[in-house]
Design a protein. Sequence first.
Length: 327
Amino acid sequence: MTADDKLLFLQPYFQNKIWGGTRLKTEYGYDIPSDHTGECWAISAHQNGPAVVMNGSYKGQTLTDVFAAHRELFGNQTGDRFPMLTKILDAKTNLSVQVHPDDEYAAVHEHELGKTECWYVLAAEPGAQMIYGHHAQTKAELAEMVDKGEWDKLLRFVPVKPGDFLYVPSGTVHAIGKGIMVLETQQSSDTTYRFYDWDRVDQTTGKKRPLQIKESMECTTVPFHDPVLNTEEYEVGDAKVTRFVSTNYFAVYRWLLKNGTAEFKRGQSPYTLVSVLDGQGSITVDGKEYPLKKGQHFIITTLADQWTIKGDMMIIASEPGPDSLKA
């Protein structure tokens, strides 16, 4: 173990999607696999797309393997899996109308964690909308509207702009809309149930993608209510910090630094996930300075008690919540 192990810089894993595009390359300079790249799994230990450590003693190893073998980097966390996953999604076209299960349902049916997530909107074309929630008041009404294909009547459309934040608990009917790019913080799960996929055909298979109506119906929360966020704003040195949400699964923050310096100290959470989404600068840990630029992702491990960031940057940081630490 070396001083460099206090920060784990990560090489993302990329996923091709029917709705993906090229903005992960044009916006962040990533070497994407195709012109239909939809997802950058930036901080991931999930078996379907593990990120790879780029520095220190564990260079070349997947985050999955490092977490399994070196829990001292993660507060000696118990549980059998790294609990969180950070992604950037590029929706060139609409994602499917979908819902994710909670922990109990996912454990029984998928042998996975549930999937509560949230989105920080990085880019949105004029007029772009999310599908966020629905208008059905009972399960029977939901089933009737789905059966009749009354999607415009059922779905709740929400306009969004860069800088918006939406919290998406498991059971929420949702879809990221055309022309939107988000930073997604979620439980480490890859379980999605599709209600509707716009009747489109996957060009690689020549078929429509499968739907999971039964599972979607069973998992959807009815009626939908906008979640109440415990948002808080404060300053750390020259940084303007916004805590968007703090839940049992994760807390998500924006660190906004305008040609300044901010010194952070480790709180109760044993490690911090960091994504540099705009600008450039540096982070210093124990006297060693590391340059930072747009598109980098890393974990500040338990070994770092404090760190200093400098420069002109917009960062989204997150920490595991109490339930995540037992995942």
